[in-house]
Ligand binder design. Sequence first.
Ligand SMILES: Nc1ncnc2c1ncn2[C@@H]1O[C@H](COP(=O)(O)OP(=O)(O)OP(=O)(O)O)[C@@H](O)[C@H]1O
Ligand SMILES: [Mg+2]
Length: 378
Amino acid sequence: MIEFKDVTKQYEDGFEALKGINFHVKEGELFSLIGPSGCGKTTSMKMINRLIDPTSGQILVEGEDIKKKDPVKLRRNIGYVIQQIGLMPHMTIGENIALIPQLKKWPKEKYLGRVDELLDLVGMDPSVYKDRYPSELSGGQQQRIGVIRALAGDPPIILMDEPFSALDPISREQLQDELLKLQEEIRKTVVFVTHDMDEALKLSTRIAIMREGEMVQIDTPDKILRRPKDKFVREFIGEKRLNAQMSDPIAVDLMQERIVTIGPKRGLAEALQVIRKEKVDKLFVINKERELLGVVTLEDLTNHYQDEEKIIADIMEPEVLKVYTDQTIGEIADLFSNKEVNAIPVIGEGKVRGLITKASIIQGIAEWRHKKVVNGDE
Ligand SMILES: Nc1ncnc2c1ncn2[C@@H]1O[C@H](COP(=O)(O)OP(=O)(O)OP(=O)(O)O)[C@@H](O)[C@H]1O
Ligand SMILES: [Mg+2]
C-alpha cells in the first residue's frame, strides 16, 4: 500500500534527517513510527502526502510513484491528523468535517449525512455539536473532530502525527480505544507517529522503531517485546515492559521435554514395540539433526504391519501440526480447540525441543507461576 525505497532527506542546511529508509505498510495496517525526538518520524510521514519531497529514493502509494501524482489530488485521498488539530476556527464543526467531501464535490445530502454519521461514530450527538465552533469544544472533543474529519472523504490512507499527545491521560485512552474500534469497523491503512511506547503497543499491527534517520527494527508489538533487536530498542521499550511481558507463558514454558521419537529408516515392528513400551499413541519421526520429518500413529502402524518391506519413511504422515518455542499460550490453546490433536511438538531453531499436550499445558502453567513467584515478579 505504502512503500519506501531507500528514501533519504537532506534539509537545505545540510542536515541528513533520513539516511535511506525502507519499509512497506500493508493495506489495513495500523503502522506506527516511534523513536526519540528528531529521529525523522514527521519527516517520513509528511513525505507520504508530499508535504516534503525526498532527496533521493522512491515512495510508492498503491504501487504508483507519488512523484508522478498531483500533490493536491494525492492529499484528498490521504487523511491527515496532527497534534494541533488544525480545525478552521471560523467554521462550525459540521463545516469542518464536510470540507474535504465538498472539495471532492460530493452531493450535499451525502456529505451532510456523512457529518452526522461520523459524529455518531465517536459518540458526539450531531444535533448538539454540529453547529458549534471549535472553540466551544474541549481539547479531547476537538481532537475527535480532527480524527473524523480525516475520515470524512473516505480516504484509503490516514496519517496521524502524535494525534493524542496533547490530551490528558483519560481522554487519550478513550480516543485510543475509539481509534481501535473505528479501525475494526472501517479498516483504513493508518500510519501513526507517536512518542509513547504504550500507545504504539496498544494500537499497532506493526511498529517501526527509528533512530537518527534510520530504521532500527520493524516488527509486530509482540515480536518487539520478545525480540528487541538491540540495546537501543531494549532501552526504548524499558525493562519494566520487557519484564511485564513475562506474564504470558510461551511454548517453551509449557512443553514437556519428553517426546517419543523414531528415525525414518526404522522398521514397523520396531516402531510398534516402542509405542507399546512408551505407552503413547504416535511417534514423531526425526532425523539425526532432530528435525521433524513426520508422524506415525499406532493405527498407521497396525494397518501396514503385514508389509515387511516398508519402513517408517514410507508410511509416515509428513504434515505435522507444530508450534514454535516462542508461541503464546493463547495461540496454542486455539490449536487444541480447533483441531483434533492431543499432542503438538515444539520446534526451536529448526529442531524438535519437546511436546505440548493438554496435560503439559496445565503442568507448565503451574511450574511457570511457581518460577514467577520465586523470581518475585508477583
Ligand atoms: N526544515 C528543516 N530544516 C532543517 N532541519 C530540519 C527541518 N525539519 C526538520 N529538520 C530536522 O530533521 C530532523 C528530523 O525531524 P522530524 O520532524 O522528522 O523529527 P521527529 O522524529 O518527528 O521528532 P519529534 O518527535 O520531535 O516530532 C530533526 O533533527 C529536525 O531538526
Ligand atoms: Mg514529529
